[in-house]
Design a protein around this ligand. Structure first.
Ligand code: IDP
Ligand code: MG
Length: 173
């Protein structure tokens, strides 16, 4: 009897984990595109994420294959600019990174600015450092699900570092 009551109360008052609960360990995939690398903007872009307080979890320089880039941009495969986009992204090395922190996917996109640099506000990466939509120097995942997919596509599990940042107690209450 007591067990049954416990089960009923347990079920009624059990707090389901919120599906979209924000987490300090949310991760996003950020890449500095070939033009960002060629134009010497790697340090500046990394600095913005570091100074914000996000934690660098993985980073590598890689010249991606056509097949890899076609998979990365699969959602855009019907767009007229798709072949040019894949060619541009494969035209040189990119710096691929994983950054971690509360709301990092959404905030990362805000820090990047709009897809079209002409519509990006000053103070954003694209607003400050580039001009044309086809040469917008950086990539950032647009949602938590796509971030997780992109991280899997670009990094092996063993390449993701698991460490506690010494800043974390001063960044989060
Ligand atoms: P995002 O990078 O801001 O998420 P998406 O719409 O996902 O923007 O497009 C992916 C990339 O495709 C852009 O970052 C840009 O490099 C390129 N792109 C998007 N629209 C155009 C266009 O109209 N012309 C040329 N390239 C484009
Ligand atoms: Mg996108």
């Amino acid at each position: 009897m007591i067990v049954t009551l416990q089960l009923i109360f347990g079920y009624l008052f059990w707090k389901k984990p919120a599906k979209n609960k924000m987490s300090n360990t949310e991760r996003t995939f950020i890449a500095i595109k070939p033009d960002g690398v060629q134009r010497g903007l790697v340090g500046k872009i990394i600095q913005r994420f570091e100074e914000k307080g996000f934690k660098l979890v993985a980073m590598k320089m890689i010249q991606a294959s056509q097949a890899h880039l076609e998979e990365h941009y699969a959602d855009l495969s019907k767009k007229p600019f798709f072949p040019g986009l894949v060619k541009y992204m494969g035209s040189g090395p990119v710096v691929a990174m994983v950054w971690e922190g509360l709301g990092v996917v959404k905030t990362g996109r805000v820090m990047l600015g709009e897809t079209d640099p002409a519509k990006s506000l000053p103070g954003t990466i694209r607003g400050d450092y580039c001009i044309h939509v086809g040469r917008n120097i950086c990539h950032g995942s647009d949602a938590v699900d796509s971030a997780n997919k992109e991280i899997k596509l670009w990094f092996k599990d063993a390449e993701l570092s698991d460490y506690k940042s010494c800043e974390s107690d001063w960044l989060y209450e």
